[in-house]
Every structure is written in structure tokens, then in C-alpha cells.
Design a protein around this ligand. Structure first.
Ligand code: HEM
Length: 594
């Protein structure tokens, strides 16, 4: 194609984006009748976690913030959230540019589709993440957790003294291997490799690079709307041409390389799995299933022509699962290991609980189960481990803020009244079409009215008394017409006078609710429990104590930029590089809370 034509396309697209941006600026919703601070949306990402929580504590469950798209509503009220994610979720949709840019990066997976296509995909994939299938993949995750413990053990002195180890990269490799092996059935082996292979490296960089290109999203929407795939590729070829040497262009080229690497491996794994299926090797019933992808392929083959996913959609799911599962679980497990290092008594009590369960002759005598592996039902029902995992998910949700756009004008009812601009109390908010709402998972999970006055504290024990009281249907949000309608006779954590947040998991919003809730939450919970159980049984974690030449000890700080980034504070660290350095040693007999 002659260069001037391409240039014309690029410049044309640029002006189209500009025009659209101008129109949306003119049409942006303003004047929402709600109280709010002077600081805009941007402050949510600059002010840190405390700012996000305080905002709700100060202004209530619906706060007006001004942002680039006009008035934005920051929501943490249980009834309003129920409307946004469950009852009126067809009104409050994912941003179009989020869906479109995900499609370009990952293909047609769950986070890149909407409407009927999304519904069809969820219907087929949801059963794949059932409890019975979690049982089947537990031993894969156990094997990887064991490899993680052995890898860390190999770095320690045998005399029982500690070494300082940055556990973050190892937990990240463990998460990658768990998802690759357990979900995709691809042996990434990143825990054993000296350094990342191309695929592991691509998966690890993709989230970071996506963040960098947020501003390009409207441009992507326009390119995909107005250009055929042929022309879109030509535009991409032009803007990724190596003769444009700027840092930004280098990032775009890097993004393209990463997408191609991920795509190449996914295609290879998919082709192998399909060939195996066609050879009828996976179609036997029983325990021959190795990964969630095998289960998905089998379910797809068995489904009708109408509901069956295309090869492109199945491929898309592979990329999406990796993207959605690796960083989120790494963040949760890293936070939990750090909290255990901070709370030695909790760590000792957890170790004892797991050790007692291991010692129980019932499991050691069972010839089918290796003595180091707890059966799924035992692992999942250890009360203190469960409390630790739930409390970490509640207090530190890996994805603390989600955004939705109102596709038409509507009203949002509130459970707890808030103040209007003029200071009057109100229980409904009028939402103009195009308003962006920010779902504050973080503030909902720390709502003092719902979780108690100590909602901001990490107290795993809070779950112990609540556990027995959880009715069996508590985790099922489907069909709830209204949050206030669930009758409650027993006090249950996260439920106040029958009111609770919309949830698929223990009344908290960590995994959201409704048709876009996290499909992998059972996998995440099982993985977290297995990794913690394996690690604490063999290793002891504490906060760093070693002083540098200037006498400073490393202090870990969890920065909050819309998600959590652990760094070492200055002056002992650079305050930027993600890391979780901890003192690690082999477990001693006095490390148990007998
Ligand atoms: C601690 C770990 C995790 C957390 C906190 C988490 C949280 C979430 C949240 C909040 C959403 C909703 C996103 C939105 O509406 O935009 C979501 C969606 C999703 N998650 Fe997770 N997730 C975790 C782990 C996983 C894992 C392990 C997998 C897969 C194996 C997974 C797969 C997905 C998928 C596919 C979606 C999109 C669902 C849809 O749009 O239908 N997640 N997750």
C-alpha cells in the first residue's frame, strides 16, 4: 500500500478520535445531585487505599467525583451495587473500549465479549469451574506448590538459620504454573526454569503493557469500527514500523510481540488438545482429565451446534484465563504470605492446623493419597486456613475498583441514605445516560456498617464463629430480586438485618457478582489454600531484619495505584521495584502453636 494512503488513514483516525472525544466531552453527564469532594477520579489512584476507603466512610455509599467523562459516581452501597452488577447489569455495562481492546489483545474470550455471545460463553464455561472439577485439578496445583516449597528450601541454609528471599517472583511463577498446568494443560515449568521462557515472559508483561495503553483504547474502538481487519492490520504495521524510534512506538512493538507470542503458544496447545480429543483420548469418562481446558473442550464437543463455541472463542478463553488468573492470584498469595510474616502467632496456629490434618491417620493410611497431600474436602474445610484466606480476600481484593457505564438514564436506590449537593438526605440517585460508575469493591469489603467497627483490621478469627452459621445457599446470588429480601435468622458475617453485598463468595465483593462475576474464584481459593498449606508446613516466614550499609532495614510498603504493588520503602529500597523480601528458614519444632 502506498505510504500516503496509510498516512491518510492514520491521520483520519486520529481526527475521528479527536472528534468523538470532543462530542463526548460536550455530552458528558454533569450535575449529578450528590455530595462529593473536590478531588476528582484521578485522586482515587493517587490517594492510596486509605483515600478510597475514607471517601465512603465520609460521604456514604454513593459519592460524586468529577473526572474526564464528567460526573462519576463512586459506589459502595449494598443496594446500589446489587442494581449495578445483578439486577440492572444490562444497563451498567463494561466500557466499550475495554471490551474492544481486550478483543484485540486476547481474542474472543469472556472479558472481550458482551451480550448474547458472552452469555453463551458463560453458560458453557461456568460448569467447567465446578467444585467436582476443582477436586480433579487439586493434585496438579499441589504438585506445583510442592515444587515452590522445594525451590525456596534449596535457597536456605540447612542449619535452620534464615536467608532473605524476595518471594514475589517465586509466587508469581507458582501462580503462572498453576494456571498454565491446571487451567490450560500447558507445562510452563517456570518454577524449574533458570529464566522465563518466551511465553512466561509474555504473560508476565502483558498486564503492565495493557495499563500503559489505556489512552489508546478509544483509538482502537474507532479503528475496529471503521477499518476492515485488513486495513486495521495495515495501520498497525505502519505504527509499529521499526523506523519510528520513540519510546511509545517501542512499547507498541513490544505489545505486538507479546500478543504474537501468547497467540502462538495458545494455538499450539489448542491444536494438540484438539488432536488428542479427535483421537478420542480425552473422551473417556473418569479421571483422565488433566486440566480445565480438557474439561472445556469435552463439554464443548458434547454441546449442541447452537451453544458450541468456535475454535476462535476457545482460543480466546485460554488467553483470558491466563490474564485474569495469574496477577490476581499472585497478588493475593503474596499479600497473605506477607501478613503471615507480620503475624507470627497466626502463622504458628495455621501450621499446627495443617500439621494436625496431615497427621490424621485417616489420610496417611489411604493408599491412594500421598501423605503430603490433603484431600480437597479436608483442605477446603480447615477453619483457620479458611479464615485467613477469606480475610485476605476481603481486606485486600486484587481488583479493588471496577468501572461500568450507564447505557441509559436510570435511578439507583440506596440502602443507606446519602447527602445531595444541597445537603439533604436522599435514598435514590438519578443517573444520566453515559455516567460512569466506579464499583468500589474495596470500600464494600470494608463497610463498617456491614462488617463491624473493626472492618479495616485483618482478623482471620472473625470468620471462625461465622462459619457454622453460613446457610448453604449464601454464595448463590442468582435470582435475588432485592438485597433486602433474604431472610436471616442467624447472624452471619457480612449480613446485617438480612442485607448483604451482591456476592458469589462469602458476602464479599472480591469476585464481584452477576453475569460478569469471576468465573475462576473456586480455582483461586483452592490454589491459595494449597500454596499456603504447603509453604507453612515446610517454611517459616518473618519480616526482613538485615540492615544495609547505612543501617536501614527493608520495610515493605503496598502501594495502591488502582491495584496493589509491594515495594521496599526508601531509603532501604527504591520504592518502585515490585518485591516482597522476607526472612525465610526451615520450620523448627517450636514453630507450631501446640
Ligand atoms: C484472587 C484471585 C482473583 C480475583 C480477586 C478475581 C477477581 C475478578 C473480578 C473482580 C472479576 C470481574 C471483572 C469485571 O467485571 O470487569 C473477574 C472476572 C474474571 N475472572 Fe477472576 N479473579 C481472580 C482469579 C481468577 C482466576 C484464577 C481465573 C481463571 C482461572 C479468573 C478468571 C476470570 C475471568 C475469565 C473473568 C471474566 C468473567 C466474565 O467477564 O464473564 N479469575 N475476576
Amino acid at each position: 500500500m502506498p505510504l500516503p494512503v496509510v498516512q491518510f488513514c492514520v491521520i483520519g483516525s486520529f481526527f475521528l478520535v479527536l472528534y468523538k472525544a470532543l462530542i463526548s466531552l460536550l455530552r458528558r453527564p454533569n450535575g449529578i445531585d450528590l455530595d462529593g469532594p473536590n478531588g476528582g477520579v484521578i485522586k482515587l489512584f493517587e490517594g492510596g487505599m486509605d483515600y478510597c476507603v475514607n471517601l465512603s466512610e465520609q460521604y456514604g455509599g454513593a459519592v460524586r467525583l468529577n473526572g474526564p467523562y464528567g460526573d462519576t459516581v463512586y459506589v459502595s452501597d449494598p443496594r446500589a451495587l446489587h442494581h449495578i452488577v445483578v439486577k440492572d447489569q444490562h444497563i451498567f455495562e463494561e466500557l466499550e473500549d475495554f471490551i474492544v481492546s481486550n478483543k484485540l489483545v486476547f481474542g474472543e474470550g469472556l472479558i472481550s465479549t458482551a451480550g448474547e455471545q458472552h452469555r453463551r460463553q458463560r453458560k458453557l464455561i461456568s460448569p467447567v469451574f465446578s467444585t467436582s472439577n476443582m477436586r480433579r485439578v487439586l493434585s496438579t496445583v499441589h504438585h506445583i506448590a510442592d515444587r515452590l516449597a522445594s525451590t525456596l528450601t534449596a535457597k536456605l541454609p540447612t542449619d535452620g538459620s534464615h536467608n532473605e528471599i524476595d518471594v514475589l517472583p517465586w509466587l508469581s511463577r507458582c501462580a503462572l504454573d498453576s494456571i498454565c498446568n491446571g487451567v490450560l494443560g500447558y507445562s510452563s515449568n517456570s518454577l524449574s526454569a533458570a529464566e522465563d521462557d518466551a511465553y512466561a515472559e509474555a504473560v508476565r508483561s502483558v498486564g503492565f503493557l495493557i495499563g500503559k495503553f489505556c489512552l489508546l483504547r478509544p483509538f482502537m474502538v474507532i479503528v475496529t469500527h471503521y477499518c476492515s481487519p485488513y486495513w486495521a492490520r495495515k495501520v498497525l504495521d505502519l505504527i509499529t514500523a521499526p523506523w519510528i524510534p520513540t519510546k511509545f512506538m517501542r512499547d507498541i512493538r513490544e505489545m505486538r510481540r507479546i500478543i504474537e507470542t501468547m497467540d502462538c503458544v495458545s494455538r499450539k496447545v489448542f491444536a494438540e488438545k484438539k488432536a488428542t480429543m479427535e483421537a478420542d483420548m480425552l473422551c473417556r469418562d473418569g479421571d483422565s482429565i488433566l486440566s480445565m481446558m480438557d474439561i472445556m473442550l469435552k463439554a464443548n464437543t458434547a454441546s449442541s451446534n447452537v451453544t458450541r463455541l468456535t475454535d476462535a472463542e476457545l482460543l480466546g478463553q485460554m488467553n483470558v484465563m491466563i490474564f485474569a488468573g495469574v496477577d490476581t492470584t499472585t497478588s493475593a498469595i503474596a499479600r497473605c504470605v506477607y501478613l503471615l510474616a507480620q503475624h507470627p502467632c497466626v502463622q504458628a496456629r495455621l501450621r499446627s492446623e495443617i500439621s494436625d490434618a496431615m497427621k490424621s491417620s485417616r489420610y496417611q493410611e489411604d493408599g491412594d493419597i500421598p501423605s503430603s497431600e490433603l484431600p480437597y474436602d479436608v483442605l477446603m474445610s480447615l477453619p483457620f486456613l479458611d479464615g485467613i484466606v477469606k480475610e485476605t480476600f476481603r481486606l485486600y481484593p486484587s481488583l479493588p475498583l471496577m468501572v461500568r457505564t450507564a447505557t441509559k438514564a436510570t435511578t439507583l436506590p440506596l440502602h443507606f441514605p446519602v447527602r445531595s449537593r444541597s445537603g439533604e438526605s436522599t435514598s435514590t440517585i438519578t443517573i444520566p445516560k453515559g455516567t460512569q460508575v466506579i464499583i468500589s469493591i474495596l470500600a464494600a469489603n470494608r463497610h463498617q456498617g456491614m462488617w463491624g467497627a473493626d472492618a479495616n483490621e485483618w482478623r482471620p478469627e472473625r470468620w471462625l464463629s461465622s462459619l457454622l452459621a453460613v446457610p448453604p445457599d449464601m454464595d448463590t446470588p442468582v435470582g435475588r430480586e432485592d438485597v433486602t429480601s433474604t431472610p436471616r435468622s442467624t447472624p452471619v458475617l457480612g449480613v446485617k438485618d438480612g442485607v448483604h453485598f451482591p456476592s458469589v463468595y462469602s458476602n464479599m465483593m472480591t469476585f464481584l457478582a452477576g453475569s460478569r462475576s469471576c468465573i475462576g474464584f473456586k480455582f483461586a481459593e483452592m490454589q491459595m489454600k494449597q500454596v499456603l498449606a504447603t509453604l507453612v508446613l515446610r517454611l517459616h516466614f518473618s519480616l526482613p531484619t538485615q540492615r544495609n550499609a547505612q543501617g536501614h532495614v527493608k520495610e515493605i510498603q503496598w502501594k495502591f495505584k488502582g491495584f496493589h504493588i509491594p515495594v521496599v520503602k526508601t531509603p532501604a529500597g527504591d520504592g518502585v521495584t515490585p518485591q516482597v523480601p522476607l526472612n525465610v528458614r526451615l520450620v523448627r519444632t517450636d514453630d507450631f502453636a501446640w
